[in-house]
Design a protein around this ligand. Sequence first.
Ligand code: PLP
Length: 360
Amino acid sequence: MHYPRLPGEKETQATVAGFINHFIRKDLPALNPDHLVLTSGITAAFDALGHVLLNPGEVILAPTPFYYRFPNDFGDRSLVSIEAVDCIDEQLGACLLSVDRFQAVYERLLETGRRAKAIILTNPRNPDGGYHSLEEMKPIAEWAIRHNMTRKRHSSRFTACFADLDSERFVWLWGTSKDLCLPGLRFGVIYMENADIRLSLTTISMFQVPNTLTQFVVRRLLSDYEWFENTFYPENLKRLQKCSAFMVEYLNTIGVRCMPAKSGFFIFADFAQFLDEPTFEAEERLNRRFEANRVILVPGHVCKASKPGWFRIVFTLRDMDELAMGLERICKAVDTPAPTLDGDFRIFIEGKTNGVVNGI
Ligand SMILES: Cc1ncc(COP(=O)(O)O)c(C=O)c1O
């Protein structure tokens, strides 16, 4: 077995580009496979981009709530910091991008002598499963370009949809952890039209290029369109919808609202009413009660939620009974009687599959 070509085997670049063109960019111009840099997952991609695009001490703006590892992925080795842009509309219980909020954080940073050099947008969002529309993102992208920034995105439709904007300033990332439910495979891609940045990424690619065996597996999986379209994707969607709808209905029944989720395998739920006081210390105390009852949730403060009480809950467990058991433990932790699992709930557990119910 040989060392992989940098920044990835040509055959793998072509297979990934083909898959993305077929399933994600159907109505858009085809990707150039040579613009793809292969990485051992998005975590490694963030680390590489932190090294190549920014200097230590520089800042990336990220709308909140955000993926709790952003500060690690960009900060642990590249020493780049993430600055939160509060985008949670508490009244609506939703996340909404706004240029004014980005501008306010940008100016606050300048006052302390720091400059934001990039922004990062994620679709679907982690932790709340929401989705930014193109209309919502475009003003933010235009604003970032006016301020001379680079935009990093998790979505392969972005570049061509904003064809009137400078595409050399966009980087997008995609990986197999979420769409193929294979986080352990450690595979991702960076798509970048700017040749200089691609060259820099290629120069350090030996640190994060996926091994040839992984690339072989990825090629086999991504070239089987029939399996993806007719077996894996519909079954995965059916299971996600079933678990999500059950979970939201259950939480709503005990008076817990959830941010409206359109995608992903987690939900962001508001447990503020169960805090003994409205502080992040109280959120941490509640987090410890969840842990004592053997459920592991992600507390909102690590995702930079602006108000205490939000928790991310992953709902893709082995089966519905296990999910019901987890929810019962949550009820126990907040001292609330668990709903009886009859009627609609029983139907969920036994096979209702359609429709994601929003929690607001
Ligand atoms: C927004 C975001 N970025 C990165 C990652 C990590 O991706 P990978 O497993 O490819 O390193 C995740 C996974 O949870 C994520 O949600």
